[in-house]
Design a protein around this ligand. Structure first.
Ligand SMILES: *Cc1c(COP(=O)(O)O)cnc(C)c1O
Length: 402
């Protein structure tokens, strides 16, 4: 079967025709429990009535006007983000990579405005993922994404995660900022402890660097706080957001303190689509739900429940699952078997998981997941593990065909 799409994805032989809450309805006539949420995007599940209502109401009024005019829905969304975070100002983009591009440009311009144009280098961390534009693949530093695309964009230095000595050694007179995911998503749900974040903050303060948090995957309630930095005990100067903020509508944002944003004056940056009324209406609707009293507390509680159940799964199937890690509803199962095999076995049991680095299968259910559906996920993954164990047993049998 040839497809007219550029073949940059190894797509599963599966497509869907509709979604409802945490459920996806496949064109194969099957119903799937969606623990991928479009890679942490469908924060409120599929076809959430409040989002559908906000989108369709806005769609019949006004879609796009350009940023040459005031956009009151955007002012409102930015105001709510500012009110609920460390930030003073917000720039809206269409995607995560563009939010990171804005963050990188802002950090460089900050030093330029302060009379230090030579300070433009950004330190990033091993295993990072920051997007697929030329600058963000340089930031991520992964050979597999850089190879063949010409010279790597200048100005990114990478140090191993959780190695303070290497970080101290990498900071030089040209360093502008550090950029880190509070929890590495694509890298495999890799966490570091709060002492590390405190040290990052202290190093930034000591050397006059900006601290950039990439919360594109961790943000918007995913970990049980509106943003994951709230767990770390420190605040960044700049933060990129995307994925969950649109609940499935493509949008992103770069948040910053007024100080960090001092260089971003009229004409220094822009976007045609970013922050248009349609996106802003949906973003506000997402916040209506997530900021409602008790919502985030419940995400935190469900995160603990999910973690307990996954620990139980690991205990039952040590030949399949090596480790459970994560925070809130951002969970990773490091598997003994290849993670891709485990994800395929899970799909056979009609539950969608997502791969990540470090041989991890990610569980990123929509934040509206119910306790009953967490139990349902356990049962399906339990069945997936049992099916894999049965195969392993056949393979181990002497004389078994390979
Ligand atoms: C997904 C992701 C990105 C890239 O976002 P796009 O919308 O795909 O450009 C950047 N950083 C992190 C941490 C992500 O998870």
């Amino acid at each position: 079967m040839t497809s007219p799409l550029l073949p940059t994805y190894a797509r599963a032989e599966l497509s869907f025709e509709k979604g409802e809450g945490p459920w996806l309805y496949g064109r194969d006539g099957q119903r799937y429990l969606d623990f991928g949420a479009g890679i942490a995007v469908n924060a409120l599940g599929h076809a959430h009535p409040h989002l559908v209502e906000a989108l369709t109401r806005q769609a019949s009024k006004l879609w796009h006007t350009s940023n040459l005019f005031q956009i009151p829905e955007g002012e409102r969304l930015a105001g709510r983000l500012v009110e609920n975070t460390f930030a003073d100002v917000v720039f809206f983009s269409n995607s995560g990579a563009e939010a990171n591009e804005a963050a990188v440009k802002m950090a460089r311009k900050y030093h330029h405005a302060g009379g230090h144009p030579e300070r433009y280098r950004i330190i990033t961390f091993g295993g990072a993922f920051h997007g697929r534009t030329l600058a963000t693949i340089a930031a991520g530093g992964q050979a597999k994404y850089l190879e063949g695309f010409g010279p790597k964009v200048e100005g990114f230095d990478q140090v191993p995660l959780n190695d303070l000595e290497a970080l101290r050694a990498a900071i030089g007179p040209e360093t502008a900022a550090l950029m880190i995911e509070p929890i590495q998503g694509e890298g495999g749900i890799r966490l570091v402890d709060n002492a590390y974040f405190k040290e990052l903050r202290a190093l930034c303060d000591r050397h006059g660097l900006l601290l950039i948090f990439d919360e594109i995957q961790t943000g918007v309630g995913r970990t049980g706080k509106l943003f994951a930095y709230e767990w770390t005990g420190v605040a960044p100067d700049i933060m990129s957001v995307a994925k969950g903020i649109g609940g499935g509508f493509p949008m992103g944002a770069c948040l910053a303190t007024a100080e960090a944003a001092r260089g971003m004056t009229v004409g220094t940056h822009g976007t045609t689509f970013g922050g248009n009324p349609l996106a802003m209406a949906v973003g506000n609707a997402v916040l209506d739900v997530i900021l409602a009293p008790g919502f985030l507390k419940d995400v935190e509680r469900k995160g603990l429940l999910l973690k307990q159940r996954m620990a139980e799964l690991k205990d039952r199937h040590p030949a399949i699952i090596a480790e459970v890690r994560g925070l809130g509803l951002m969970m990773g199962l490091r598997t003994v078997v290849p993670n891709t095999d485990f994800i395929a076995a899970a799909r056979d049991q009609k539950i969608i998981l997502i791969g990540a680095g470090d041989n991890v299968a990610r569980l990123l259910p929509p934040l509206i997941i119910s306790d009953a559906d967490i139990s349902e996920a356990f049962d399906r993954l339990d069945a997936a593990c049992a099916a894999m164990e049965a195969v392993l047993k056949t393979q181990a049998r002497p004389g078994a065909a390979q």
